[in-house]
Design a protein around this ligand. Structure first.
Ligand code: PHE
Length: 518
């Protein structure tokens, strides 16, 4: 199983929806939902030429941190882009295509009968008010400071790269994770704990478990050291709370010490007792979430006779804690669940770096935070096999779910895949006129998404080669076109493929290689 996610980019800070695919469902592609509208034969969804809205990023190559880049020319961006009613100036960092900006208005986590919203509410129910406040309407347009600097991301962290993150301009991004709101929420200090559910954006691969827009829930719980003084100190107060929590019936593997000098350090500002108490509280709260959510998911899978469900219902659910690294927590962990034969990474969490409350004007607070990908949980809960389905406006999908109910997704028939390969030469470094940028695998993903929308199920780089004499680089991608809704005609897939070729040639200066060419 593909277990990218938290460990992505070598920096270990992301929690993404990653699941093996099952069958295939059905989805509307008619495009009245403001996103993922396929443009068969009629020009791409990104509008006219320049659909990637990109300009030269020469100055970014240093932080791209990847050597597999080739310089190509890019078209200019419009001087401003309008997002949520505001105009933002563009600059050489802008890389926001229109099919992404149109997702901003969807707010799937707030549609009451949507599986993502049902999942959100289920988790929220484990964190009741008034201790926990819910924030579900925070704008996805955040500053680079909020998304990265406030959390202690080093300046050369790969997550900051333009190949991974959607930049509105050099100071503004679409949040890549809900942690972008941690500092502000700590500063506002309106509750001891909070949950933030929101859409997050990352440039990424195309397959059944990756989508450039997905949803996360951030949770945090803080205690005031001063406020706990009279009751024996913060560690004692937290331990008391732990004692009062009910037992769960799951089987937890947690072989590592509460912190480790090298692998998972205690912060200098914390006593061992404090870190241990905060960590234990965090783990127990999350184990309860998993017991609840996966208890329901398993009951559903067993009832539906799903793969791996046989006999599973009698055994206690297995989870394990794995040491992790995030720039904004220490010690840190990931929680994995044993699900249908695989260890599945579910969330990232840890003891909040003291610099966050300190910089947010609440230096006396200490606590924990976690981040969980909602799609991944919802896919398991409802048995949804393809992440594109969440964006469906088709009644045959949406009509299956009801507020407050966990039901099993009933797949429609699976339609045939249509594989098309495309091989092309990239222009030589320096051969283009004007601005030069690097060509990254994610650029290909973006082109295909712009042209084919949700008709592209999968895109893979299947061959890569540098000509020994000319030094030119050739790439070959295999695109799987498949509709969730109907059988795609070969001529439709061909015309999508033609459009992908055209963008490569006209906007990236690529030279398409024909089959006969050696
Ligand atoms: N923001 C992290 C991610 O996207 C998850 C996380 C949240 C980790 C809070 C620790 C604390 O992967």
């Amino acid at each position: 199983m593909d277990v990218r996610g938290v460990g992505r980019g070598g920096g270990g800070y992301y929690t993404e929806p990653v699941l093996g695919g099952g069958g295939c469902g059905k989805e509307s592609w008619e495009g009245n939902c403001g996103v993922v509208v396929a443009g068969v034969g009629g020009g791409s969804r990104g509008g006219k030429k320049g659909l990637l809205d990109r300009t030269s990023v020469r100055n970014r190559d240093a932080i791209d941190g990847k050597n597999d880049c080739i310089f190509v020319e890019e078209p200019p961006s419009p001087p401003t882009i309008q997002l949520e009613g505001r105009h933002y100036p563009t600059d050489e960092w802008t890389n926001l295509p229109s099919h992404i900006s149109s997702a901003l208005s969807r707010k799937l986590h707030l549609q009451p009968s949507h599986p993502l919203s049902i999942t959100r509410r289920l988790i929220e129910s484990r964190f009741p008010g008034p201790t926990y406040q819910y924030h579900n309407n925070l704008s996805p347009i955040v500053s680079v400071h909020q998304n990265f600097d406030s959390l202690g991301f080093p300046i050369d962290h790969p997550g900051r790269s333009r190949t991974d993150t959607y930049y509105v301009n050099k100071d503004t991004v679409l949040r890549t994770h809900t942690s972008a709101h941690q500092a502000d929420t700590f500063r506002s200090g309106t509750s001891d704990g909070f949950l933030i559910s929101a859409d997050v954006y990352r440039r990424d691969a195309i397959d059944r478990s990756h989508y450039p827009v997905f949803h996360q829930m951030e949770g945090a719980r803080m205690w005031s050291r001063d406020g706990c003084k009279a009751r024996g100190g913060v560690a004692a107060v937290i331990m008391e709370d732990i004692e009062s929590m009910p037992k769960h019936g799951i089987n937890v593997e947690d072989p590592n010490p509460p912190f480790h000098e090298k692998r998972n350090p205690l912060q200098v500002e914390h006593t061992p007792e404090e870190a241990q108490a905060v960590g234990a509280h965090l783990k127990l709260c999350l184990e309860h979430v998993v017991a609840e959510v996966f208890g329901l998911a398993r009951a559903g899978a067993v009832a539906a006779g799903g793969a791996g469900a046989e006999g599973a219902s009698e055994e206690p659910l297995r989870v394990r804690w794995v040491e992790a690294y995030f720039p904004f927590t220490s010690p840190s962990w990931e929680l994995e669940v044993y699900w249908q034969g695989n260890w599945l990474e579910l969330l990232g969490c840890g003891v909040v770096q003291q610099s966050l409350p300190k910089n947010a004007g609440v230096p006396d607070k200490i606590g924990w935070a976690f981040g969980v990908g909602l799609e991944r949980v919802a896919m398991l809960l409802f048995g949804i096999p393809d992440i594109r389905l969440f964006w469906s406006c088709d009644k045959r999908f949406l009509g299956q779910f009801k507020k407050g109910e966990i039901s099993r997704f009933v797949p429609f028939s699976k339609f045939p895949p249509c594989y098309k390969d495309i091989a092309f030469w990239l222009p030589r470094s320096g051969s283009s006129v004007g601005g030069q940028v690097s060509f990254h695998e994610n650029d290909m993903m973006e082109i295909v998404r712009n042209v084919a929308g949700d008709l592209a199920e999968d895109v893979k780089l299947i061959d890569e080669f540098t000509h020994p004499k000319t030094g030119r680089k050739s790439l070959c991608f295999r695109i799987n076109y498949r509709s969730l809704e109907r059988t795609l005609r070969n001529d439709e897939a061909n015309s999508l493929q033609q459009m992908v070729k055209r963008v490569l040639v006209e906007e990236f200066g690529a030279e398409v290689r024909e089959k006969s060419e050696k």
